[in-house]
Design a protein around this ligand. Structure first.
Ligand SMILES: Nc1ncnc2c1ncn2[C@@H]1O[C@H](COP(=O)(O)OP(=O)(O)OP(=O)(O)O)[C@@H](O)[C@H]1O
Ligand SMILES: [Mg+2]
Length: 277
């Protein structure tokens, strides 16, 4: 097999499903999502935000880009990133404290009250004049039980002076919206929200070119027609776009084809459909 990278003149893989923020493409949708999340994190008057979106539309990569900018904005900001939210409330709190303090979860108390006191005490020593904050980012938040969402909202009642230093961002698939709507006390606290959908045809073309450019490509790899077909078949969902682009490039490099056209992409889609994917 010939060297993929040298065949395409690339310095990294362009369509890996790995959420590397370096590949982030700011479509109008992603930009709006990011701006709204920044609004929550910078406002000082909002303590909760929500990013929902269809599967594979870019919620997690947007979260990672946000995390980078939060640390750039103030190196004393604290970020807790929780991905596995089928945890119970006590487990979530233990994970929060573990990420903040390094204390092993087995050495932390289990009662809600004791865990919250521990968090408050920790923050008393950490929040300073730099106006730093604690950001709790919950990915896959559609899995958090209603009662636990309610408890998490209560964390924003931890205040020093008038303000709470805790900002909670819920990130999740569309069922998160319904879960939150069932809890008016949580719903009302969400100062900003955004729902990611999918890329337009024009943006799908730009997205493909953008990822290739970041990977080092200096020439066109997909024809315009190939990109348009990819858009219509994937409905502009980034993860789906990545998958078909990656397979197409694998095949093209084996066949030594430099410009991927509509015919090659058609074969890839037929193959995926025949295999029930
Ligand atoms: N704006 C973007 N720029 C670059 N790559 C993106 C963008 N949006 C999504 N992707 C890529 O598409 C894939 C899916 O994105 P991501 O994992 O963020 O989706 P998700 O909405 O979190 O999906 P899920 O609902 O499964 O959690 C990843 O490989 C990611 O790198
Ligand atoms: Mg995700």
């Amino acid at each position: 097999m010939i060297d993929y990278y040298s065949f395409w003149d690339l310095n990294r893989a362009p369509f890996q499903d790995n959420n590397d923020p370096v590949f982030y493409y700011k479509s109008s949708d992603h930009l709006e999502a990011l701006e709204r999340l920044h609004y929550v994190t910078e406002s000082g008057s909002m303590n909760m935000g929500m990013l929902s979106g269809e599967v594979g539309t870019g919620k997690t990569i947007t979260k990672l880009v946000l995390m980078e900018s939060l640390l750039k904005a103030n190196a004393r900001n604290m970020i807790v990133n929780i991905n596995s939210t089928s945890y119970s409330y006590a487990e979530i709190m233990k994970e929060v404290l573990y990420q903040l303090t390094g204390i092993e979860p087995d050495n932390l108390p289990s009662r809600r009250y004791s865990l919250e006191i521990k968090l408050r005490k920790f923050l008393e020593n950490k929040i300073d004049k730099s106006n730093n904050r604690l950001f709790l980012l919950f990915d896959e938040a559609q899995k958090i039980a209603s009662r636990d969402l309610d408890y998490l909202k209560d964390l924003t009642n931890i205040t020093f002076g008038y303000d709470s230093p805790i900002i909670i961002i819920l990130i999740g698939q569309p069922s998160l919206i319904k879960n939150v709507e069932k809890l008016p006390q949580v719903n009302q606290r969400i100062g900003m929200r955004y729902h990611l959908t999918h890329l337009s045809q024009e943006e799908t073309v730009k997205y493909i070119k953008h990822r290739l450019m970041i990977a080092g490509a200096s020439q066109e790899v997909f024809s315009q027609e190939a990109c348009e077909l990819i858009h219509s078949k994937t409905n502009g969902i980034p993860r789906e776009i990545n998958r078909v682009c990656k397979i197409s490039m694998d095949i093209a490099s084996m066949e030594r084809i430099k410009l991927i056209d509509q015919d090659l992409v058609t074969i890839v889609f037929q193959d995926l459909e025949n295999n029930g994917q």
